[in-house]
Design a protein. Sequence first.
Length: 173
Amino acid sequence: MAHGWHLRRSARRQLRNQKFAMPITLTYPSASLKLKAQHWFATITSLLSATILLNGCAIVEPACSTTESRWDNELLYFGTTTQTGIVSNKDWANFLSTVVTPRFPKGLSVWQAAGQWQSANGSLIKETSFVLNLAHPNTALAEKDIKEIIAEYKTRFHQEAILRSRSVVCISF
């Protein structure tokens, strides 16, 4: 048993030191140990392949340091073209002060962007947009507030959609 463990430990050491394109060469004192090693290697290879394939669908959250906190970072894209014209800078400022700021008083960032998107009827819409960046703890209240902001903008300015992009980030102040 100790000899078999040595082979496994040796194989792990070789795996760590080899590039994936390089073959791993093992020597075996007996045919039965060779079969056990081949079975072990096939099992590990299958498990690694399955892990890699399944992780392609997984959400990978960052590993934050002890001085950082894990928060959500939201980017919301608000189009400015409406059925009756354009959302003006004054309209946007009013929306920010009455709808967004009361829900996220600790801070936010906003900038203008030029964008395009395809509407439900298939036409290409090119328009100026306002991008709202919110960093916040992942809470039910924050989620509710963001959904209310989106719903209010869609209602107030007759918008078909608001693009929302969320990622998990590590923050520190």
